[in-house]
Ligand binder design. Structure first.
Ligand SMILES: *[C@@H]1O[C@H](CO)[C@@H](O)[C@H](O)[C@H]1NC(C)=O
Ligand SMILES: *[C@@H]1O[C@H](CO)[C@@H](O)[C@H](O)[C@H]1NC(C)=O
Ligand SMILES: *[C@@H]1O[C@H](CO)[C@@H](O)[C@H](O)[C@H]1NC(C)=O
Ligand SMILES: *[C@@H]1O[C@H](CO)[C@@H](O)[C@H](O)[C@H]1NC(C)=O
Ligand SMILES: [Zn+2]
Length: 150
């Protein structure tokens, strides 16, 4: 009986977790450098990312390849963009996680869009719950870039 029960538990956890994610910090889950956030998380566009080259022809293709998902919507919760042709792989800094690439629309990725600047009072934009984040490098150019703050 006990064995049957553990087999059922194992089976149901596979079904609920098709991508076999493991536990990660802040209650999130991770698999091979991809973090799926389980709740909304604060994030802002990181400066100095333009010199960071993708592995393939674009950051969004790298994200799709790494996650096994297709770009579907802008990851910023207050943005409703679902046009795939407008979605790019944007470099964001996720509070408590670090620099990641996520699908965001061109409008949210625009360097003058102050909604996506880091807010010194902590009133930052949020990425929507269940977004998949591709962890990436915090490059020297990102470290040295002047910070655009609001
Ligand atoms: C695509 O994903 C595969 C499997 O994760 C990986 O081995 C490969 O390096 C990736 N290719 C690119 C261009 O990122
Ligand atoms: C955004 O895309 C995700 C992943 O495909 C989907 O689960 C979710 O329902 C979409 N949300 C909105 C608000 O479009
Ligand atoms: C996004 O969609 C919601 C629900 O349809 C709507 O209330 C909201 O105003 C929209 N936001 C933007 C920025 O268009
Ligand atoms: C926080 O940011 C949102 C979005 O920009 C804005 O609407 C809201 O007024 C801000 N709240 C405070 C307390 O500054
Ligand atoms: Zn957007």
């Amino acid at each position: 009986m006990k064995m049957l029960w553990s087999a059922l538990v194992a089976l149901s956890s596979i079904q609920c977790n098709a991508k076999n994610f493991a536990a990660f910090s802040h209650g999130n889950v991770e698999r091979g450098g991809i973090i799926q956030i389980q709740k909304r998380m604060q994030a802002w566009n990181i400066d100095g990312s333009s010199s960071h080259r993708p592995k393939s022809s674009s950051h969004i293709k790298d994200w799709e390849n790494a996650t096994g998902s297709l770009r579907n919507n802008c990851s910023f919760e207050d943005c409703n963009c679902t046009d795939p042709s407008s979605l790019v792989g944007g470099h964001v800094r996720v509070l408590g996680i670090g620099v990641c690439i996520v699908p965001i629309c061109r409008r949210c990725n625009y360097f003058r869009n102050s909604l996506r600047f880091q807010d010194t009072n902590g009133n930052n934009s949020y990425l929507r719950a269940y977004s998949e984040l591709m962890k990436t490098d915090f490059t020297m150019d990102m470290k040295n870039a002047p910070r655009r703050l609001k």
